[in-house]
Design a protein around this ligand. Structure first.
Ligand SMILES: Cc1cc2nc3c(=O)[nH]c(=O)nc-3n(C[C@H](O)[C@H](O)[C@H](O)COP(=O)(O)OP(=O)(O)OC[C@H]3O[C@@H](n4cnc5c(N)ncnc54)[C@H](O)[C@@H]3O)c2cc1C
Length: 462
């Protein structure tokens, strides 16, 4: 399909410099970096939520954050920025009260306000309520390479840009046994509070199961039980128990900026070893405070001879059936071999997220790249990303319009790339710097549009 005829004086709509998909912490930090490090770039963010927010489905009142508060959206890159967490407290008249709490880790409800506060400064650059459904290349005649991209949303609107940043957060991991089942009553942890509201409208004393042994799993178990209304709250983990996070300061260097280089340039074997060794710094484990709180609660249940809270260990969910009476889980205790079945009104999957790659809990590339899959360098069976977070395209790609991943590169750039705020600010700087360099090499599309000999077509390449 021809986007502009060779006689057309201007394109409609005009090409932006950057279209950035999603406006969660990763892209909010990017907006700050654009403002502080570049000028004159025309950037537009598209966000499917109707307003700014951060993981509202897990905005549990008593939960704290898991990053040092100074490793916020900007401080590690520019501690003098007006967008720091410290300045948020100062401008909101809470600095002394906050410091007086003596909390090492602020409450999530406060940090979420900070994220929204920063997002508010960039409202003029964000269109909310826009769910992007496709990215397609705009191929220059005779080059076979994208000279820009068309980004479409679900209602058919489109935006044209010389580059794209993709930051939708990672794809939730849904274990195969739950695939395609009742999405209202079997939800990923990101939707916990919304699903809880729904189930409580139907039933005042719901039965809730939480699958997984992560920080979020434990937080949900504590939260659901604290409501005091559930008939039962059951945690299900295939592990021997709920594991505690590895908080050794040696291990936590995985969240240092220099670790990105170490990991990125390590060979596959090194990456595998480091991942396995450092997994418990953030995944399949929980902080000591919540593990202890859960253990004490379970003990209190015994004292009171109640059965409203339980953790089934060494237990796999083998089968799932849903009907009007509930979600029926077939459970297999892997040490004794015992098999039972139990019914719930809500099942929450605290089962993590997908990374890019091949094998368990991996996807070859994020779904939003489906429309440009024929352009991707998938030589290894999955997407390659360069150190500056640029998606590698097949063939002579140095003149191609760039496309970046922001917050999806844990398997190439190391733990902490997706699952932590720690390096958001520095990653944003790397992307902005690379983008500015790349765009300087490619003339603005709107200028080129004046050239009657230049014709653009959009659609799948090849
Ligand atoms: C429950 C939970 C708690 C966490 N707590 C911490 C913590 O305390 N400390 C820490 O360091 N890390 C924490 N993390 C990890 C960290 O928050 C995430 O790393 C962070 O949210 C990542 O930001 P993001 O912008 O990459 O993704 P997200 O926060 O997921 O944001 C992505 C945004 O993109 C939007 N979007 C998605 N698809 C589309 C689309 N097609 N079109 C338009 N918009 C789209 C979404 O609506 C969302 O606003 C937590 C993660 C979770 C899930």
């Amino acid at each position: 399909m021809t986007r502009a005829s060779s006689r057309s004086p201007v394109y409609s709509p005009p090409f932006l410099d950057v279209i950035s998909i999603g406006f969660g912490p990763a892209n909010i930090a990017l907006a700050v970096a654009f403002e502080e490090l570049t000028k004159d770039l025309h950037v537009q963010f598209l966000e499917k939520r109707s307003a700014p927010g951060w993981q509202e489905g897990m905005l549990l009142e008593n939960s704290d954050i898991q990053n040092h508060p100074l490793r916020d959206l900007v401080t590690p890159r520019n501690p003098r920025s007006r967008y720091t967490f410290t300045n948020f407290l100062f401008e909101n008249d809470r600095l002394f009260e906050h410091l007086n709490l003596g909390l090492a880790y602020p409450l999530r409800i406060e940090y979420e306000q900070y994220v929204r506060w920063v997002a508010g400064f960039f409202a003029h650059q964000v269109q909310y309520g826009v769910e992007v459904s496709a990215i397609e290349p705009v191929i220059g005649r005779g080059t076979n390479m994208p000279e820009g991209y068309v980004v479409r949303d679900k209602s058919g609107r489109e935006w044209h840009a010389r580059s794209v940043v993709v930051a939708p957060g990672r794809t939730p991991n849904v274990p195969v046994v739950f695939n395609g089942l009742d999405s209202e009553r079997i939800v990923h942890l990101c939707d916990y509070l919304f699903a809880l509201d729904r189930v409580r409208q139907r039933k005042c004393n719901p039965r809730i199961a939480v699958v997984g042994g992560s920080q979020s799993a434990v937080e949900i178990l504590l939260h659901a039980h604290d409501l005091g209304v559930c008939e039962k709250v059951v945690g299900i983990t295939r592990n021997f128990g709920i594991r505690q996070k590895d908080t050794s300061p040696f291990s936590d260097e995985v969240y240092f900026p220099q670790f990105v280089q170490t990991f990125y340039f390590g060979n596959d074997k090194t990456k595998q070893r480091l991942r396995a060794e450092l997994e418990l710094t953030n995944y399949s484990s929980a902080d000591k405070d919540v593990v202890d709180a859960l253990y004490v609660k379970l003990y209190a249940e015994r004292i009171l001879r109640r059965n409203t809270l339980a953790v089934y260990r060494n237990t796999e969910v083998e089968s799932v059936n849903a009907d009007e009476r509930g979600i029926h889980l077939g459970l297999h205790e892997t040490i004794t071999g015992g098999r039972t079945s139990e019914s719930f009104d809500l099942v929450v999957l605290a089962t993590g997220f997908l990374d890019i790659g091949q094998g368990a809990k991996r996807e070859p590339y994020p779904g939003l790249l489906n429309g440009i899959s024929s352009l991707l360098d998938l030589g290894r069976g999955y997407l390659k990303v360069s150190i500056d977070y640029r998606v590698q395209l097949a063939g002579q790609s140095e003149h191609a319009a760039p496309i970046y991943l922001n917050g999806l590169c844990e398997s190439s750039h190391g733990m902490g790339d997706s699952g932590s705020f720690s390096l958001l600010s520095l990653r944003s700087a790397a992307i902005v710097q690379s983008l500015a360099e790349q765009l300087a090499r490619i003339p603005s599309r709107n200028t080129r549009a004046q050239d009657p000999d230049h014709d653009l077509v959009s659609g799948a390449a090849g």
